[in-house]
Design a protein around this ligand. Structure first.
Ligand code: SAH
Length: 415
């Protein structure tokens, strides 16, 4: 039986007539530099209207080829560029090469890790398309409906790698335009057999659950793998507080690293339940079996204040909040929230303890983030001695300025 969902074959193919575009000089410059986005306001001339997935060819003022990409009438990012500088035929062979390049670039993923990102969107040359692997379950997340008409080309290419199933995830913006989706919905099975059990996968030899249907992102925060390993190395004999714990990624590593106690704080009870199950999945590790894990459900800011008032103190405090700056207008309030978390985190950190604080807001630069953390520490009379600052893991490459989002500071509390 063909594992590709029948519905994929009824999706309308893109218009065979390409859209020709001319753009502003500023956009031309960006495209020449290899930027993967063309915004709608930058379009000066357009040969015809188009549907999501139509091929758009962008020409410069002298009518020479500049770039080619996928058109999306529903997104302010009107074209996601596939090809810069010289023309190419965008066909199955072209997609196959990109997929191959992305997979080859992940050759360094250790054998005890089978949950990681296979394709990281624009940073792997496939803008708006993310493919995550959780053992033999793959989750495809698209950030533009322009990819829908190409599923029929992509799925047979992925089938070569024999995943058991592929689930489709839609960004909120994509889900808002059902007219471009040919009946497909968030969470749909588009390849292989339905999920029957929780999806279990390995990260650095630890077993985790992923829930691509209800979970955040595609089911797990795969981008924190290297930072979790750093935490494991710092956790021996420590009382560890993991704020914004989600399903306990950092908590499990801390426990395997011989932490005495691990407290996981999150506002989501289902996430904390999953954290508890992740501890059960790893009882074969003696350190995890003996570590005392306490889940605490509630607002991070309130819980930190309560813990501080109760004189609870920790050797290692991990703060990995959701993105606070979803738009440019939120940058200042996000920085203030990060600073509040730093101050609260330091209140419950023992002298010589380690603060691990991360940000996943692409609008906040690493420089600004670190400066604000150090400033917040000074406000409460603490000097932070920076041990390390880290960026992206190898399966989340950075291919353009907006692609850089993750930064994490490891610092010792000195008073
Ligand atoms: N550190 C996690 C990922 C964190 S994602 C990991 O390694 O997997 C951000 C988490 O913050 C989510 O689980 C979300 O439920 C939680 N969250 C959001 N707002 C919160 C708040 N005000 N207080 C506590 N948790 C919150």
């Amino acid at each position: 039986m063909n594992p590709i969902s029948e519905r994929i074959y009824s999706i309308e193919r893109p218009n065979h007539k390409n859209i020709a575009l001319q753009v502003t000089p500023a956009a031309e410059r960006k495209l020449r530099q290899g930027h993967p986005w063309l915004f709608n306001q930058a379009i000066r001339k357009q040969s015809q209207t188009g549907q999501a997935g139509d091929l758009a060819i962008i020409f410069d003022q002298k009518r020479r080829f500049l770039a080619a990409g996928l058109y999306d009438p529903h997104s302010p990012i009107r074209v996601r560029v596939l090809q810069h500088h010289q023309p190419a035929t965008i066909d199955t062979g072209w997609f196959q090469q990109k997929i191959q390049d992305a997979f080859n670039a992940r050759a360094d993923i250790p054998a005890n890790t089978n949950g990681y990102r296979l394709i990281h969107g624009e940073n792997d040359g496939l803008p708006g398309l993310v493919l995550d692997q959780y053992a033999r379950t793959w989750a495809l997340k698209i950030y533009s409906a322009c990819w829908i008409p190409y599923l029929v080309d992509l799925l047979p290419l992925w089938a070569e790698y024999a995943p058991e199933r592929i689930l489709l995830k839609l960004s909120r913006e994509v889900a808002a335009h059902p007219e471009a989706l040919f009946g497909l919905k968030d969470g749909d099975l588009i390849y292989g057999t339905p999920i029957d059990n929780p999806i279990l996968f390995q990260e650095n030899g630890l077993t985790f659950e992923a829930d691509p249907i209800h979970g955040h992102k595609t089911g797990f925060y795969l981008d924190q793998r290297d930072n979790r390993a750093r935490v494991e190395a710092l956790a021996a004999n420590a009382d560890v507080l993991n704020i914004f714990a989600y399903t306990g990624g950092f908590s499990l590593y801390a426990a395997r690293g011989c932490a005495k106690t691990v407290t996981s704080v999150d506002i989501s009870q289902p996430a904390l339940n999953a954290a508890g199950r992740n501890f059960s999945h790893n009882q074969q590790h003696p350190n995890i079996q003996t570590a005392k894990h306490t889940p605490v459900c509630g607002d991070a800011f309130e819980i930190l204040t309560q813990l501080s008032n109760k004189n609870q103190r920790y050797d290692l405090v991990i703060i990995d909040p959701p993105s606070f700056a979803k738009s440019r207008a939120e940058i200042q309030s996000a920085l203030r929230a990060y600073q509040r978390l730093t101050r609260l985190g330091l209140q419950v950190l023992k002298p010589s303890g380690v603060l691990v604080q991360a940000s996943c807001s692409s609008r906040i630069s690493s420089e600004s983030f670190y400066t604000h953390i150090h400033e917040a520490a000074m406000q409460v009379g603490v000097t932070l001695r920076q041990m390390e600052s880290s960026g992206h893991p190898s399966d989340h490459p950075i291919g353009f300025p907006e692609g850089e989002y993750l930064k994490c500071l490891f610092a010792v509390k000195e008073e």
